[in-house]
Each structure stands twice: as structure tokens, then as C-alpha cells.
Design a protein around this ligand. Sequence first.
Ligand code: AMP
Length: 287
Amino acid sequence: MNIISTAREMKKYINAYKKQGKTIGFVPTMGFLHEGHLSLVDKSVNQCDITVMSIFVNPLQFGPGEDFDRYPRDIERDISLAEKSGVDILFNPDVTELYPKDPSVTVKAVDRTDVLCGASRPGHFDGVVTVLSILFNIVDPDKSFFGQKDAQQVAVVEGLAGSLHFPTEIITVKTIREDDGLAKSSRNVYLSDDERKVAPVIYKALKSSSEIYINDSRKAAIKHFKQELSAVSGEIDYIEILTYPELKAPSESDTRLIIAAAVRFERARLIDNIIFTTEEESACSEQ
Ligand code: AMP
């Protein structure tokens, strides 16, 4: 595995691979790798000749008072995991490599961002689409792999690739969970022992609430989620049911929906979601 920290060198490698007719798969991450990240690598390795992973904690997507400074980092461990999982090139640039000075151009996400994390983290998705535009230009991937765990991010990134004509296919990979259902996340290390014990209730409540939505109403589903979470020390940031991937309020005729929640614990804000369909045959099958 090659470890590269400059855009110039990355482009050199990519150009050489492209000349040989190799396809490039790209897995952008912020590091502190877990099985969720590695499942994206696995998909890329299966579908593409060369897999590039980036590890970059992007300051532009963190708001003031968010956890940029204390975001978990362990590059040595990440290098070893990436190598074992089949990454060919690890791109690990400094902040100054991607943003040498205050950028004269940034990208703004204008659709699918006024709800969920977009509403509670103003500017977050502008930071995401700006860094991805830079990374897509450097890596020039045939396919880019994203986790459904960040379903709003996938919806926004599909908009980015479509609107700015990035010639990369966006592939969504299902959420990888702990045995008790908690979605794997780099931020889980910041849960206290007690918080870790109760955190799986988020996924459990999302599942039961989606069933209540199908059989009863949105109001009953949201009420149920809040009740399930009421005994937990974390505070609900949002719980919402929307169409997916448009992220609009659903009408009766909309069948592909997302139920998504964010819960704030003492030192970690966790997000999770289920994409489900209201059509009878496959009702509530998680996608
Ligand atoms: P992050 O390092 O948190 O920015 O995540 C990098 C990529 O890994 C994103 O596309 C995430 O959606 C994806 N990812 C994070 N956690 C999981 C998970 N539990 N299952 C699947 N993909 C994940």
C-alpha cells in the first residue's frame, strides 16, 4: 500500500493507473477506522482494480464548538487496517495541502440540506461537498463508496455528482452494526460505559417506529421514538420521517422513506437511520 500526502503525487499515481486502463474506487473517510469503513473498502476492492482511501478530518465540515479538535485519530492503526483490508493507496493530506490558503471558491449544497443534520449543523454539508469536490478532482474515481449510515450525506453527494457532473458513480453501502444493533461509528469511543449500554435503543426505536408509521401514523411513530428514548440519558437532536432521497415531507403516495435520528450524549452525538418502504410486500425491510 502506498501512503501519499500530496495532491501532486496522487495525480501522478492515478494518471499511471488510468493509462494502464485500471478502474479506480474511492473511499473517503475521516479515519479512526472500523468495520463500517472497511465494508466500503471491501465493496471497492470487489468492483474496482485500484482502491484509494482518503483519511482527512475536514475542518470545513465542523461548526464552531463541534468536535474537530478532539475527533478521534490514530493514523498508525488506520494504516495497518487499511493495508490489511486491501487499500492500494492511502491519501492522508495535511489541512494545508487541500486548503493552502483561505479558499477563493467553496461549494454550497442547496438541496436536501434544510432538514436532519443539515438543519442542526449549519454549513456542515457545504464543508462536505467542498472537500469532496477537491478529492474527486484529485482522485478522479470511477466509483465512490459511501455508507448509508450517513444517508443524508449520500443524498447530498448524489446531488453534488449530478449537479457538477463529476464522472463518478456513487455507491451506497449498508450500515454495519455492533451485535446489539448500535451503528458502528468512530464517535462511539466517546460514549461512557452507561451510554454505550443504552445506545442500541436508538436503532431498536427506529425499527419499531417505522413499523408504527406503516400501521398507524407519523405522529404515533414519532411519539413512540421519543418514549423509547425517554429513559436514556441522551437528548434527541432530531427524529424525522421523510421521503428518500429527496428528504421531503411524505405524502400518502410516497413509498420510499427514511426515518432518521440524532441523539446527543455527553461527549458524542450519534446518528442513525433506516430506509424503508411502505409498499406491502417488502414493508419495513431495511435497505
Ligand atoms: P467518516 O469517517 O465517519 O466520515 O465515514 C466515512 C465513510 O464511512 C462514510 O461514507 C460513512 O457513511 C461510512 N460509514 C461510517 N460508519 C459506517 C457504518 N457503521 N456502516 C457503513 N458505513 C459507514
